[in-house]
Design a protein around this ligand. Structure first.
Ligand SMILES: Nc1ncnc2c1ncn2[C@@H]1O[C@H](COP(=O)(O)OP(=O)(O)O)[C@@H](O)[C@H]1O
Ligand SMILES: O=C(CO)[C@@H](O)[C@H](O)COP(=O)(O)O
Length: 613
C-alpha cells in the first residue's frame, strides 16, 4: 500500500470548550488536527467557556445545536486542509462525560439517510423544536442536583446497603461512584421532578458521546452508550452481584418509584455497548456524500473524554495521567474494582484483556482546573492576563519552606466554582503557617460565585500564581496514593503523562513533576489532544478487529495493537516512550513532601469553614 492510499483514522473530542479532531495514519501518527472553539468560533450560541448559566437557579448547560454545528465546522475544516476523506476507514472519539441529551421520537426519522440533504449542513437541517425534548444538554459543571443525589443514594442503600456502609458507599459499590450532581442519573431525575412536559416528550436519552455516535451513523437509529461512559450515570451496576446492567432500584428512583415509567426509562436509555471493539455501524450517507467518506468507513462507539485520554497512553503499574483540561483529572488503570466515595471507578475503555482479566480506570476529577487558573491569571497585580506573565509570577516566587516565618508563607485554596474534591467547597481561602507550624485561616470569601471577589476583600498578590498550582498539585499528591496499586504505593509514581490545554505550559508541567515527584511525559506525538488521539486509536483498533473477524486473523488486545502499530513503523518508539517533558527538582520535591501534612491540615480548615457557613 502506498502512503497515498493507506488507511487513515479520525478521532474526535467534544469536550467542554471545543470540538477537536485528529487524523492519524495506520502507524497511528497524527497528521492533521482541527479545532472549533464553541465560544470563540460559534459566538451566536452565547456561551462562555462553552456553557450557559441559568441565573435563576445556577444550572449549567450547553445548546445541543452548537455541538451539531461544531461537527459541520470540523468536517469543513478538515476539508479545507485537503484531507482525503476516502482513506478514512474508521472514526471514533470522545465527549465530555455525564451530559444528557433528550431526543424526541421524531429524531430517528429526521436524522436518517432518507431525510438528510447532502447539499445542506447538518445544523441547517437540525430542527431543535421537533428533534429535542430540551434544547440544552446538561453539563458536568452543574451542581444543582444535590437533593436528587441524596434521594438516589437512599434508594440504592435501601435495596443493596450492607451493614456499616453509608448510602454514599453503597452507591459507590454499586455504580463505581457515589452520587454526584453532574452525573446523568441525578440530572435525569431533576428533569422528571421539575419538568414533566420535557420528560413526557423524551423518547431517547443519550450521553453526549452516544449522541455523536448516533449523528455520525445518521441512519435513523439511536445508539446506546459505551459502557465506560455509561458508568458516569449513577445508573449502571458494576458490582459483581449486580452483573453489569441498569440497576432497577436506581431506575425506579429516577422516576419516583413508578414501575411502568422505570421500564420506559430503560428503553429510553437503550442498550449499553460493553464490547469496545464493536462497530456502531458505517458512517452515514450524508457524511459519505458531502465529504467523500468511503461507504465502509466504520463508526466505533465514542466514549467519555477521560476514558479516551486513558487510551492514548500505554499505562503500566505506577503510571498516572494528569489531564489539565477544563477539569483537572487524574487517571489510572487498575485491575481492582475497589470503589470508594472519594474517587470514581469506570470499566476500562479498552475492555477486559484478552485473557478475560477485568480492567478498570480509577479517576479523581476537579472542577476548578483550567478556568480557576485563568481566574487567578487575570487577577494578578500588574499581570497582562497572559500565560507568559502568569509563568513569570510562578518562577520568580520562591517556594515556601516548613518553619519559614516569612509573611508570604501562606497556602491558598481557590474554588471559583463549587468543587467536587473536596466536595462542595466554594470560595477563595488563605491559610498562614507560623514558624511553630500553627495554621490560621486569614482570608476567606465565597458562598456564591459573585461573592468571590468582594470590593476590599481579597488582596491579590503575584504569589497567588504559584499558590494555586501548589494547592492543585498537592491535592493530587495527597489523593493519588489511594488509587495506586499496592506495589506502586511505596515506590511512588513511575511516570506521569500529561494531556489537556494546560499541558502545553512548561512552567505548569515542571511544577507538576516536582510536586508529584516523577518524570512527566507527553504522548509520543507530543500533542495535548490526548482524548482525540485516544479516539483515533480506538477507531483504528475497531477497524483492525473487524478485519481480523473477516479474515480469521488473530485479534490483538488494544495495548498490543497500539504498540505493534507504533513501534513497527516508528523506529521502535513504543507509545509509552513519548517525549519526557520535565524531571522533578529533587530538592524542591523533598520540601513539598514535608509540606504535605500542613497543607492537608490547612485544607481541612477550609472544608470545616465551608461546612459552617
Ligand atoms: N499555555 C497555557 N497555559 C495554561 N493553560 C492553558 C494554556 N493554553 C491553554 N490553557 C488552558 O486550557 C484550557 C482548555 O483546555 P482543553 O483541554 O482544550 O479543554 P477541554 O478539552 O475541556 O475543552 C483553557 O481553559 C486554558 O485555560
Ligand atoms: O466531569 C468530568 C469527569 O467526571 C469532566 O472531566 C468532564 O468529562 C469534562 O472534561 P474536560 O472538558 O475537562 O475534558
Amino acid at each position: 500500500m502506498t502512503a497515498e492510499t493507506s488507511p487513515l483514522y479520525l478521532g474526535l473530542d467534544c469536550s467542554t470548550q471545543a470540538l477537536k479532531a485528529v487524523l492519524t495514519t495506520s502507524s497511528l501518527h497524527v497528521i492533521s488536527e482541527y479545532r472549533v472553539d464553541f465560544s470563540k468560533d460559534l459566538p451566536h450560541y452565547g456561551t462562555k467557556s462553552g456553557v450557559l448559566v441559568d441565573e435563576t437557579d445556577g444550572s449549567i448547560m450547553a445548546p445541543v445545536k452548537m455541538y451539531v454545528e461544531a461537527m459541520d465546522r470540523v468536517m469543513d475544516g478538515l476539508k479545507s486542509q485537503n484531507v482525503d476523506f476516502s482513506r478514512i476507514k474508521a472514526v471514533s472519539g470522545a465527549a465530555a462525560q455525564h451530559s444528557i441529551i433528550l431526543l424526541t421520537s421524531e429524531f430517528t426519522s429526521s436524522i436518517s439517510s432518507a431525510n438528510l440533504e447532502a447539499s445542506q449542513p447538518l445544523a441547517a437541517q437540525f430542527n431543535v423544536d421537533s428533534l429535542l425534548a430540551s434544547p440544552y444538554a446538561t453539563n458536568w459543571q452543574d451542581s444543582t442536583t444535590g437533593k436528587q443525589c441524596r434521594e438516589m443514594e437512599e434508594a440504592v442503600h435501601a435495596a443493596h446497603g450492607q451493614q456499616g456502609d453509608s448510602p454514599a458507599m453503597t452507591m459507590a459499590k454499586v455504580t463505581g461512584s457515589s452520587a454526584h450532581e453532574r452525573f446523568s442519573g441525578p440530572q435525569a431525575k431533576k428533569v422528571f421532578q421539575n419538568a414533566q412536559p420535557t420528560w413526557q416528550r423524551t423518547a431517547h436519552i443519550c450521553l453526549l458521546s452516544s449522541f455523536l455516535t448516533t449523528l455520525l451513523c445518521a441512519d435513523g437509529k439511536v445508539r446506546g452508550p459505551d459502557e465506560s461512559d455509561a458508568s458516569g450515570m449513577n445508573l449502571w451496576d458494576l458490582s459483581e452481584s449486580g452483573g453489569r446492567q441498569w440497576n432497577e432500584a436506581l431506575l425506579r428512583s429516577v422516576v419516583g418509584g413508578d414501575e411502568g415509567e422505570a421500564k420506559r426509562l430503560r428503553e429510553m436509555l437503550g442498550p449499553v455497548e460493553q464490547d469496545p471493539r464493536v462497530s456502531a455501524g458505517t458512517i452515514g450517507d450524508w457524511f459519505q456524500k458531502r465529504y467523500g467518506f468511503p461507504a465502509d468507513c466504520q463508526v466505533a462507539y465514542l466514549t467519555g473524554d477521560n476514558p479516551a485520554t486513558l487510551l492514548s497512553f500505554a499505562l503500566e503499574s505506577g503510571d498516572a495521567i494528569v489531564s489539565l483540561g477544563t477539569s483537572d483529572t487524574v487517571l489510572l488503570a487498575t485491575e481492582r474494582y475497589q470503589p470508594h466515595p472519594n474517587y470514581h471507578v469506570f470499566p476500562h475503555p479498552a475492555g477486559d484483556d484478552i485473557a478475560g482479566t477485568k480492567r478498570y480506570m480509577g479517576m479523581l476529577c476537579y472542577k476548578n482546573g483550567s478556568l480557576a487558573r485563568e481566574y487567578i491569571r487575570d487577577k494578578l497585580p500588574g499581570g497582562q492576563s497572559s500565560w507568559e506573565s502568569f509563568n513569570e509570577a510562578v518562577t520568580t516566587q520562591s517556594i515556601p519552606r516548613p518553619g519559614q516565618q516569612d509573611d508570604d508563607f501562606t497556602f491558598g485554596f481557590y474554588y471559583p466554582k463549587h468543587e467536587i474534591i473536596p466536595r462542595g467547597v466554594q470560595g477563595l481561602f488563605r491559610v498562614k503557617q507560623d514558624a511553630k507550624g500553627n495554621l490560621t485561616l486569614t482570608e476567606a470569601t465565597g458562598g456564591k460565585e459573585g461573592d468571590l471577589d468582594p470590593a476590599g476583600g481579597i488582596t491579590w498578590s503575584t504569589a497567588d500564581a504559584r499558590r494555586i498550582l501548589e494547592s492543585q498539585f498537592l491535592s493530587f499528591k495527597s489523593r493519588i496514593q489511594q488509587l495506586l496499586p499496592e506495589d506502586a504505593r511505596t515506590q511512588g509514581l513511575k511516570r506521569i503523562y500529561v494531556a489537556g490545554g494546560a499541558s502545553a505550559n512548561p512552567v505548569i508541567v515542571q511544577l507538576l513533576s516536582t510536586i508529584l515527584n516523577g518524570p512527566v511525559y507527553t504522548t509520543s506525538d507530543g500533542t495535548a489532544q490526548g482524548c482525540a488521539v485516544g479516539g483515533a486509536y480506538r477507531a483504528a483498533w475497531s477497524w483492525h478487529c473487524l478485519q481480523a473477524k473477516k479474515t480469521g486473523a488473530k485479534e490483538l488486545d488494544f495495548a498490543h495493537f497500539v504498540n505493534e502499530m507504533t513501534s513497527h513503523q516508528r523506529d521502535g518508539v513504543a507509545l509509552s516512550g513519548g517525549g519526557v517533558l520535565a524531571q522533578p527538582d529533587e530538592e524542591q520535591a523533598k520540601v513539598y513532601q514535608e509540606l504535605l501534612p500542613s497543607w492537608q491540615k490547612a485544607e481541612q480548615m477550609v472544608i470545616e469553614r465551608c461546612r459552617s457557613t
